[in-house]
Design a protein around this ligand. Sequence first.
Ligand code: 16G
Ligand code: MG
Length: 546
Amino acid sequence: MACFHEVALVSGRHPKPVGLVLQYGTAGFRARAEQLDHVMYRMGLLAVLRSKKTKSTIGVMVTASHNPEEDNGVKLVDPLGEMLAPAWEAYATQLANAEEQDLKSVLTSILDNESVNLQKVARVVLGRDTRPSSLNLAQAVIDGVSALDGTYQDYGLVSTPQLHYMVCCWNTMEHYGTATVEGYYQKLSQAFLAMTKQTPYHPEELRQLNVDGANGIGALKLQELEPYLEKKLQLKVHNNGVNGKLNYLCGADFVKVQQKLPHGLLHIKTNERSCSFDGDADRIVYYYIDESGCFHLLDGDKIATLITIFLQELLVKTDLDLQIAVIQTAYANGSSTRYITEVMKVPVHCVNTGVKYLHHKAQEFDVGVYFEANGHGTVLFSKTAENKIRQLAQDNNQLVERINAAKMLENTIDLINQTVGDAISDLLTIEAILSIKGFTIQQWDSIYTDLPNRQLKVKVSDRQIIVTVDAGKRVVSPAGLQQNIDALVKKYNLSRAFVRPSGTEDVVRIYAEAETQSNADTLAHEVSLVVYKLAGGVGEEPKLLH
Ligand code: 16G
Ligand code: MG
């Protein structure tokens, strides 16, 4: 049996509140910040074991993304910048919930199960968002890493995708990029400038983009990036954290769910291109106000469509035999799925909610475009695809049109963050595409028309009693719930609805879409009532909101 030599494993300054149980959920641990000190320390310990096991650098990010400022969270980042392997998520949960006296034996059992060699060196890189609680919590992670003699580099305030980028740089001997924030800005800005080299400097109003930084890390990082962009793009960063509160009445999640302008951007001009980041800058959504004052949202589905159109056109020009596919979740607007499959003839795959599922599926294709409707997404190029593209870009014996298309793809590969969805990298990709195609935001928006939709949530006594199949689109338990939903959906034209337990909040989520907004609202409300009745709703019965 593996055994720890005399390291100071007892949590000491980071004791666990007795009886507290937390779970490594869809995006790591998330809870009120004051409950997380011991979890951070233990994730420091686990990161060391994971590093020794994989003989690679492992990332630890302290953030609770779009959650309220009072919350915090932590997630581990695996060697190529991807999400932690599922078996280790289970270890993370065991470790976080072990009472003090059991900590050593839980660690020992992980060591044994995974045959971790304690003699190996460990390296952990960590980052944190701008929450007031993040600094101390990051220190708890460092204490955990140090307790097992791991080495670490603290990147301090970085966006989640920047930390994923660092991990990938470290583990590819910097083939992916230089492992510094400057390296990140240089890589992205060079690719962006190369892509837009042929396009003229557009008039100021077209170069200008309003960004809602959610009062978080994204605002800080965009301000650092801007000088690298040589004024090709002019960013007006709002909600930069100076006055406002993180994610409060702003940010990508607020805008997507509420389908309205964030505070701080309530007075944008007609047709002005605007976008919102979430609290850790791994999501982005765009929007504008039309002449009649109507709000238009361009969410992850619209972004996926724009990027796929651009990539598909280039792939055709290169004449390379590369397969492109789009990965979505049940939340994807029905119109987007229809447009991509029927008009563009690009295959769409629907997977469970959660970045790791989309990322995993996208790896099956030469070019896998994945986006969640909430604005989290990126593009993955397989090694084969990347090699073919880079080779063609260098091959002067080919037709100029093919070579140029390959060069454009090459720069896109460098611009897009292939480790995880990245609001900054996505912003630059979208802006480059709009600029190259000479599209206004309205032209982009008019590619297809979204079906009106509504999202609601219902609190139940135990959300785990809702069991779903078919990528979260159908409920198999509690009995009768799906039949009720089916009957309600039938009442409306072009409608669809589903419910699933949230992986990040203690609620059941409801999604409905229909031909009109009022039908989508009514259907969502009716479904929420059925959930409330059949799945043990707590508190007041859901009301119809208008
Ligand atoms: C997290 C996930 C996101 C997912 C969302 C679902 C990551 C980085 N993010 O934000 O992919 O859509 O959770 O939340 O994994 P829900 O389960 O509460 O609906
Ligand atoms: Mg986020």
